[in-house]
Ligand binder design. Structure first.
Ligand code: NAG
Ligand code: NAG
Ligand code: NAG
Length: 430
């Protein structure tokens, strides 16, 4: 029998530990306000009453097949992973998102386009919204093979589905607000080391989407991936203007994002008709492992990440760029717990998605813009990016791996399933 510990052991060792744990757990949250997502995820207000489609897990379903292939005319080369012969594409597309309390049904393109007859859907934002759009177009095309490319002043690209008189298009507006590079001499900011500034008019939407107010019945906004120093380095920083005058003292990037969001959301609320169904897609997570995109960051995984277990998993090390060849990929071991990849308090290369989301959610509070929280479900899918299969010879050497956009067919197809379910629900309930 194990001897009973003497009472003094409890008093001098165990009790202080309990007190410390208590203090730690009560005080810690005060210091980690910016990383509230590391706490158990708070239930979001569901925008459909049936269940929360954003919480769940990925399961394999080998019967599942993508609805389109590499011949879809709306592909962008860099995301056309079938054509670029990315490894394990059938594996990547064998995963199905299963929400905790219900099934997510796959979109029926015929039924959906029937529902959307004489209506238009617009995406506004950065290339991750374009990634979303391409998936949507390729899926909808199943129901209307005569779908054709559609272009208009201001709209970057899209498609028209003649059978149903539906247009689905994308407006590139990476910051949503208007911005422009101003060379050094014409700026009031004549500081050392500046090559010029990127002037951002926080209260003026960029021209690419300024004229669309009455055209769309459904809109999906996003911004996020351009709010970083790799897009706007310190030599040509973002400088924020309001009512034509520089905001002083100058705002940092995150504060700039906040004022831009507040102003763009106010603009949307004021100018767009009430009956326009408005969504905001939260950040699409990146999966650079071992470094940023320009530091050999890599995402050569075979399977989705898992949430709770902390077990080592096989990760394929990227051989020296650009001499890669798939056959020499070497397995290394990495931990797979989601928060290690994404929690801002880990200060890793993927932390910004959760950080930006809390800023965006704050800006959308008390508006009629519905939140599409596709971040969490996408966080698992470190296996589903184009990685080194970019369809261009020197792309990896020049740009690094793409662990940010998504292979198509792939994860955005699930985004389409979810979005279409919300659109249907919004139309049916008015
Ligand atoms: C992924 O593809 C590679 C190369 O084709 C293959 O060797 C490997 O077994 C595949 N991984 C899985 C988990 O199927
Ligand atoms: C097509 O849809 C637009 C609205 O997007 C509508 O104004 C137009 O009348 C429709 N055309 C036909 C032929 O129904
Ligand atoms: C990336 O990998 C190459 C080849 O192994 C190496 O020369 C280079 O220093 C690495 N770059 C970074 C930022 O680690």
């Amino acid at each position: 029998m194990a001897p009973k510990p003497p009472p003094s052991l409890f008093t001098w060792l165990i009790l202080p530990i309990i007190v410390l744990i208590f203090l730690y757990s009560t005080l810690l949250p005060l210091y980690t306000l910016s990383s509230t997502n590391s706490q158990p995820r708070k239930p979001k207000i569901p925008i459909s009453p049936k269940c929360n489609l954003f919480e769940g897990h990925w399961v394999t379903d080998t019967n599942q097949k993508p609805m389109y292939d590499e011949t879809c005319p709306f592909h962008r080369n860099a995301w056309n992973c079938l054509r670029n012969k990315r490894d394990n594409m059938s594996l990547i597309n064998s995963w199905k998102w299963v929400p905790g309390k219900c099934e997510l049904s796959r979109i029926d393109p015929f039924e959906f386009l029937g529902l959307m007859r004489n209506k238009n859907i617009g995406f506004v934002g950065d290339s991750l919204n374009e990634n979303f759009l391409v998936s949507f177009l390729c899926i909808l095309r199943v129901a209307d093979e005569r779908a054709k490319k559609w272009k208009r002043k201001g709209a970057w690209r899209g498609a028209y589905f003649p059978k149903f008189n539906v247009t689905v298009a994308y407006h590139r507006a990476v910051l949503l607000a208007k911005y422009k590079l101003q060379p050094k001499q014409s700026t009031v900011f004549d500081q050392e080391g500046l090559n010029g500034i990127h002037r951002v008019d926080i209260d003026v939407p960029s021209e690419d989407w300024a004229g669309i107010i009455n055209f769309y019945d459904v809109l999906v906004f996003n911004t996020g991936h351009w709010w970083g120093y790799d897009k706007f380095p310190k030599e040509t920083p973002l400088v924020f203007y309001k009512a034509g005058k520089p905001i002083l003292p100058p705002l940092g990037m995150l504060d700039g994002l906040k004022v831009v969001l507040d102003n763009m959301v106010a603009y949307i609320q004021k100018e767009f008709p009430k009956k326009t169904i408005k969504f905001w897609r939260l950040q699409s997570p990146r999966h650079f492992y071992g470094g940023e995109w320009n530091q050999n960051g890599s995402c050569l995984l075979n399977e989705p990440l898992e949430e709770h277990q902390w077990k080592a998993r096989t990760f394929l090390a990227c051989p020296p760029i650009p001499m890669y060849s798939v056959s020499v990929l070497k397995p290394i071991l990495i931990p797979e717990q989601l928060d290690l990849w994404f929690d801002p308090s880990n200060n890793g290369v993927n932390k910004e998605a959760r950080q930006l989301n809390s800023v965006i959610e704050e800006a959308l509070r008390d508006t009629d813009i519905k939140i599409l929280d596709l971040t969490h479900l996408s966080e698992f899918r470190a296996d589903a990016h184009p990685a080194i299969w970019l369809g261009k010879k020197d792309a990896v050497a020049e740009w690094g791996q793409d662990c940010m956009h998504w292979c198509l067919p792939g994860v955005p197809d699930t985004w389409v399933d979810i979005l279409s379910q919300f659109i249907r629900y919004s139309l049916e309930t008015g």
